[in-house]
Design a protein around this ligand. Structure first.
Ligand code: TXA
Ligand code: MG
Length: 354
């Protein structure tokens, strides 16, 4: 693809929102704009224009069979995208939108095949970020947006992450500061009975079960039991979301046992001449005397861990470590999404101690 000049605009305060008019014009004209959401930065294009959407796949190097999430700025826009809003969707919208919940519903015929990768369903979400909402509203079209990273890299949680991957490949990046949640939205398929949790994210399984008591977690969700050879239910599930240069190993168990195991492993790898990265917590960081230590947050502070996880992944890549030893977290609440991303990054190389 030919190199574009990527413009960067800063929209940090409410007074800056009018500057988004230019970004909205780019979207209407078929271009690509990266923008902040409450989860991660998205790479947006007009969801109803097949050619614009093809631009997203080209810029990211994303496989064409992995469908996109369509972002809307108001609940009423849902009806123009889906052929039916099932009764059980309504309380979810009322409670979780705007917010990090993506619903899979039967699509309307006018949504181009590029957006849904040829599926007869569409993923829709209404993000809870003032910049995202204003941009979609001003563009006047639904905005298809995957995470604004090169395919295979961690999702971006800052505009700098976006530029590191996509400078010269997109028309504009809107810098709205670091994103709050840090992991992507939760994806739930409501076209199935029982409803199926395809990707854990910012809305927790426990919160969802209050509204969808029969909901099941797809066996492909890596976090509870490491699955082998499970056929993916969501096209995106078959792709390893983050394949760092370094090999990731997750160590799970009690704090003391994890600490001891990681120390022992770090020594062993260093003795082999390897550069070791350690994804540590505030409680344990001081115990590690070897390796490049990144503190991802407090052991019980899962919101903080989620917010910092991808930044830590990117730092390890920048530090060019050969192996990353990561402490595991309990797979409850936001921990389910955190462990899903960690285990995927590790390609299921997981060690359980005690
Ligand atoms: O938080 C988020 O969801 C971010 C921000 C930008 O909104 N977006 C995001 O998009 O993470 P992406 O493309 O990186 O992940 C979308 C996931 C993929 O795993 C994809 O396979 C799945 O949603 N998906 C999209 N449409 C689907 C459909 N019709 N059926 C099943 N899965 C679908
Ligand atoms: Mg992504």
């Amino acid at each position: 693809m030919s190199k574009l000049e990527t413009r960067v605009i800063h929209v940090a305060r409410r007074e800056d929102l009018p500057a988004l008019e230019e970004a909205a014009e780019i979207i209407r004209a078929g271009g690509l704009v990266a923008f902040p959401t409450e989860t991660v930065y998205g790479l947006g294009a007009n969801a109803l224009a097949g050619e614009a959407v093809r631009g997203i796949f080209a810029a990211k190097g994303r496989p064409a069979d992995n469908p996109l999430i369509v972002h809307i700025a108001g609940e009423e826009e849902l009806e123009s995208l889906v052929s039916q809003v099932p009764a059980r969707a309504k309380p979810l919208l009322a409670h979780f939108w705007p917010g990090p919940l993506t619903l899979i519903l039967p699509k309307q015929p006018h949504i181009p095949a590029e957006t849904t990768a040829g599926l007869d369903t569409v993923a829709v979400r209404m993000p809870a970020h003032p910049v995202a909402l204003a941009l979609i509203h001003m563009a006047g079209v639904p905005v298809a947006a995957p995470s604004a990273n090169l395919s295979g890299r961690p999702s971006p949680t800052t505009a700098q992450h976006v530029l590191a991957d996509l400078a010269g490949r997109v028309d504009m990046v809107i810098d709205g500061g670091p994103t709050a949640v840090g992991v992507e939205s939760t994806v739930v398929d409501l076209t199935r009975e029982p409803p199926l949790l395809l990707r854990p994210g910012g809305v927790t399984r426990e919160e969802l079960r209050e509204f969808l008591p029969t909901m099941v977690v797809d066996p492909g969700v890596a976090a509870l039991t490491p699955p082998l050879d499970v056929r993916p239910s969501s096209p995106g599930m078959k792709y390893s979301h983050y394949a760092p240069r370094a090999q990731v190993v997750v160590v799970e168990g009690s704090r003391e046992a994890v600490e001891a195991k990681i120390k022992e492993m770090a020594l062993g790898y260093q003795a082999q001449g390897l550069r070791v990265g350690i994804l540590a917590t505030r409680e344990t960081a001081a115990a590690y005397k070897k390796g490049k230590v990144q503190v991802v947050g407090g052991r019980e502070e899962l919101a903080e861990v989620a917010a910092n996880l991808y930044t830590c992944f990117r730092r390890f890549d920048d530090l060019r470590v050969d192996i990353i030893l990561a402490e595991g977290f309990a797979a409850v609440g936001l921990g389910l999404a955190i462990m899903n991303r960690l285990r995927k990054a590790a390609g299921h190389r997981i060690i359980r101690v005690d």
